[in-house]
Design a protein around this ligand. Structure first.
Ligand code: 5RP
Length: 224
């Protein structure tokens, strides 16, 4: 099975997991990225089974709309039972690194609101320790140098993501060489730097379920 086929398999598996819980009033939270796109395409085949979606990025909103799925503002969505999204890395505790697609802030907001966060990924994303993937940090543009200096004090090597402006009008620093032994603590420490909008560690609110694509099929890991 190729990596693309694994992404399609987990997108389909997420839809199958959701379907029994959806009704005409359901609004689904939808993530961003190539794996989330597989989920959107699979979900669109069942668009009569639910009301609409909340999108974690402009790109996702466009893709949902192109399938004829209604996109709601999060503030107008009374309840979000599920959020489905990919990840750049996950550990066995379902703590994640996200933000490779620069949508981390809206992704974290939608994940925070949802009752259940289902992460979908191919097996390359499961790692023993987070941090091989550079950790994205969304930063207010005028604070970029200050935040970079503070991140160096925390032991990381921040690199400005050239040419990337987030949907919120901010910039991204990708942090290399961080030893992420305590994801929750690092998430809090980064958030405490003035000028940081959000960081890509999802440890305070990890995923609840990880659907992992493997050559043998979809493996399900539930957070204990
Ligand atoms: O966090 C994200 C976007 O901000 C994505 O979920 C993450 O980058 C994974 O993307 P893909 O499914 O394309 O590998």
């Amino acid at each position: 099975m190729t990596q693309d086929e694994m992404k399609q398999a987990v997108g389909q598996a997420a839809v199958e997991r959701l379907l029994p819980h959806l009704d005409a009033d359901s609004i689904v939270g939808v993530g961003t990225g190539s794996t989330a796109n597989c989920f959107i395409d699979a979900l669109a085949k069942h668009k009569l089974a639910f009301d609409g979606a909340v999108a974690s990025s402009e790109a996702t909103a466009e893709r949902l709309k192109s399938h004829g799925i209604t996109v709601y503002d999060l503030n107008g969505a009374p309840q979000l039972d599920f959020y489905v999204d990919g990840a750049d890395e996950s550990n066995e505790n379902l703590e994640l690194i996200k933000g490779g697609g620069a949508a981390l802030t809206r992704e974290k907001i939608v994940a925070a609101v949802a009752k259940t966060f289902i992460c979908i990924a191919d097996e390359s994303k499961l790692v023993p320790v987070l941090g091989e993937f550079p950790l994205p940090v969304e930063v207010i543009p005028m604070a970029r140098s200050h935040v970079a200096r503070e991140i160096v004090r925390l032991g990381g090597d921040p690199v400005y993501r050239e040419g990337c402006i987030t949907d919120n009008g901010n910039v991204i620093l990708d942090v290399y060489n961080m030893s992420i032994v305590n994801p929750k603590q690092l998430e809090a420490d980064l958030n405490a730097i003035v000028g940081v909008v959000c960081n890509g560690l999802f440890a305070a609110r990890p995923a609840d379920v990880l659907l992992l694509g493997t050559p043998q099929g979809v493996r399900t890991i539930e957070r204990s």
